[in-house]
Structure formats: C-alpha cells, structure tokens
Design a protein around this ligand. Structure first.
Ligand code: CS2
Ligand code: MG
Length: 404
C-alpha cells in the first residue's frame, strides 16, 4: 500500500481547523487534526509545501519510521508548528492502520483497560454564586470532575470566564486583531482561594474540582496559591507556571500537596522528561495535536507510568474532534489515564468533522469503528472558509505585556 495524496483542509465552522487527509492507492484514507490556534496557516503551508511531497509513495503502515523521518529528517526540529504538522500526519496514519486491520485504534494500542474516559468540563461565572450555579448544572449533567474559573474583581476580563461557551467558540477581536485582557496577580491570588472555599462549603467534598492558572504566576506566587488551596483538595492545579519554568516547579512542590498538572504548552517528550522523572507533577497534560500525535503521546504516557504520573490530555475546543477521539482511544487503552478535558462541539463542527467522542454519565466513549472513527466532510468544510483569528493577549495594568 502506498500514499498517493495528502490533502490539507482549512475550514472555519465557528473556529478554524486544519485537517489532513491521507489517501492511499487502495482507496483507504485516514484523517488527522493539525490545528494550531492563531497560527493555523503556518501549519497548513508546512504540510502542503514541505511535508506532503515527502509522504507520496511511502508505505502508510510504517508509522514510527514516518514519524522519525519527519521529526529527525528536518534538522531544525520540534516546536509547535512542526509538531502540529507531524501530529496531523500521525493521526491520519493511525486511522489508516485501524481501517486496514478492521480495528479501532484503542485496540491497536493494546486494547481497553477501561470502557470510558472520565471527562471534565469547564464552569465559570462573574461571581462565586454564578460559578456555583454553573458547577451544579454540570453535576446535574453527570460530570464528576469540574474546572472552576471566576472573574477577578477589578480586571475587565480574565481567562476562562466564558466556561464551556468560551471553550467551544472562537473569539474574534475588533478587525480580527487580538483582544486585550488585563492581568494582575494580586487580585487573582486574593480571589481564587475564596472561590474554592465557597464551592467546598456549598457543594461538599465529593465533587472533584480543579482550576487552570494558565501559566500566569511567578514561582513564589504559584507556591502560595498551591498552599492556600490545600484545604479545598483540588483534583489538580493546572499550569501554575510557564513551560520555561520547569525547575521552579520544585518550589511549588515543596510548598504544598495540591496536585499539579502541566503540559499543554510542551511540544515533545523531551520537555516532559524532567518534570516526570523528578515527580514534580501529578498529571501530564500534553496536547496530542501539538506534541507529535498518538506516537508522541504514547511514549510520554509510557514514561509517566512508572513515576506515578497520570495523563490529562489537553482537550479544548480549538483541537478538532479528531484529536478528541485520539485522546479517548489512548485514555481507554493506557493504564495511567487520569482524566480527560472535553468540550461539546457545536453542530456546525460536527457536520464538518463527524464521529467525535460521545459523553455519557461523566465519561467519554469512542465507537468501535475501525481507525479513529472520525471523518471530514470536505463539501461541508468548503462552506466555512478560513477567517483570521487570534487568541487574546494580556497586559498588566501599567500596559506592559504579560503571558496570556
Ligand atoms: C486551555 C485552553 O483547555 C485549557 O486548559 O488552557 O483553553 C487554551 O487556552 C487554548 O487551547 C488556547 O488555544
Ligand atoms: Mg489549560
């Protein structure tokens, strides 16, 4: 079997997605996700101009060799653009392998260790009462693990305020330029422990709660927050530090027993290594679409296993349902799965990319269809042309740039 064509499909059914369709001489094809929020066309061009020509004529069965060929064969390797392109190809090849074998991808990864993947959703609000309301609604929907974010008094808008809505839809700035958020650590650090005190006192201890810092604190601030959240027993505190601050995680670790999750901005196994082997985190949260696909992530999971680190793959609305399916195929196969972030995709997205995971009673399920079980409807994709969009940016009150 040989690869005869690689199609790159850029579409915007509410937000932009970059999809890869790999076609073979035997008519079998596979579909992968290669979406990089805000820099979509850089990945599309890389795939179309640099990677597609390398794939024509190759045997799609050789996933590992193709991965190594594209990763090591570039000389200047890694980084979000190249790793996202590689992930798109990798997912499509796993999809083809599954279809050829007549097996779902989870079966090729060793078979089920569990039936479904425990999922978590996003809840948010303008004040504590609104967040509580939103968490209660999620609990009524069956969620057992819930992320809680709240508006910060004095800051006009903060990451995560839109909850599930924000996760599922793109935000378009004026004239398609990035929206500007204002960030100050002081009010944030004073608010978050009080939010979780409120939620625990109203909702009890059973529901699992977590919070995303979104890489906005410095090491000592992160240590303070992890310590002040200790009494409220979070499932995890996500991304307390920027990805560059790996050694500083030691400080956070020594300060508190609040479980730590990191990794949506890591793009390779090598970035994950020190935080896993030093046991500085409890959950590794890489994004399959930004860290080399299933082939990249299964190695990360395998290395995490003996160190007692569980997975919590990134599952935002800006990753296509193909990535969400790949997440769940891995989740139900690996022994050290922890939790899976998820979104409910709007109908338009499901029309273009059908077959994503389904949610039932707190968990996510994939079908037993061969491959990943997802597809791309190219005709529907053409109805939604690309629209330039950026993630917001953040500035301090004095106007200086901060990480968003
Ligand atoms: C995030 C994302 O899901 C998460 O935990 O941190 O919402 C992230 O901000 C987006 O994927 C950025 O594109
Ligand atoms: Mg996050």
């Amino acid at each position: 079997m040989r690869i005869t064509d690689v199609r790159v499909i850029v579409t915007c059914p509410g937000r932009n997605y970059v999809l890869v369709k790999i076609i073979t001489d035997e008519g079998v094809y596979g579909v992968g996700d290669a979406t990089l929020n805000g820099r979509e066309l850089a990945v599309a061009e890389t795939l179309d101009k640099h990677i597609a020509p390398l794939l024509i004529g190759r045997d799609p069965d050789r996933i590992e060799d193709t991965w190594q060929y594209l990763y090591r064969g570039a000389y200047w390797r890694g980084g979000p653009v190249l790793m996202t392109a590689l992930a798109g190809v990798d997912m499509a090849l796993w999809d083809i392998k599954g279809k050829v074998c007549g097996k779902p991808v989870y079966s090729l990864l060793g078979g089920k260790t569990r039936e479904g993947a425990l999922g978590y959703t996003h809840c948010a609000g303008r004040d504590f009462a609104e967040v509580e309301d939103s968490v209660r609604q999620a609990m009524a929907q069956g969620f057992k693990v819930i992320r809680a974010q709240v508006s910060i008094p004095g800051l006009p808008s903060t990451y995560g305020q839109g909850g599930q809505k924000e996760a599922a839809l793109a935000t378009w700035g004026e004239a398609s330029l990035p929206m500007v958020e204002v960030w100050e650590p002081g009010p944030y650090l004073r608010t978050i422990p009080r939010l979780f005190e409120h939620l625990r006192s109203r909702l009890g201890d059973e529901v699992e709660l977590l919070h995303d810092v979104h890489e906005r604190l410095n090491p000592v601030q992160a240590a303070r927050l992890a310590r002040e959240l200790e009494p409220f027993h979070l499932f995890f505190l996500e991304d307390p530090l920027r990805p560059e601050h790996q050694p500083s995680l030691r400080l956070v670790r020594q300060a508190a027993t609040t479980p730590i999750a990191m990794g949506e901005l890591y793009t390779s196994l090598w970035e994950c290594l020190p935080v896993i082997t030093e046991q500085l985190i409890d959950f590794i949260r890489c994004d399959l679409v930004h860290s080399g696909g299933i082939t990249g992530a299964r190695k990360i999971a395998a290395i995490a296993e003996p160190y007692g680190v569980q997975t919590a793959w990134h599952g935002p609305g800006d990753a296509a349902p193909i990535t969400h399916a790949a997440n769940v195929h891995m989740d139900i196969a690996i022994p050290n799965f922890g939790v899976q972030e998820m979104v409910f995709f709007p109908e338009q997205v499901q029309e273009v990319i059908p077959g994503g995971p389904t949610f039932r009673d707190g968990s996510l399920y994939v079908s037993d269809a061969p491959g990943l079980g997802t597809d791309v409807n190219e005709e529907a994709a053409r109805k939604y042309p690309y629209r330039r969009a950026y993630l917001p940016i953040a500035r301090r009150q004095d106007g200086s740039m901060h990480d968003w």
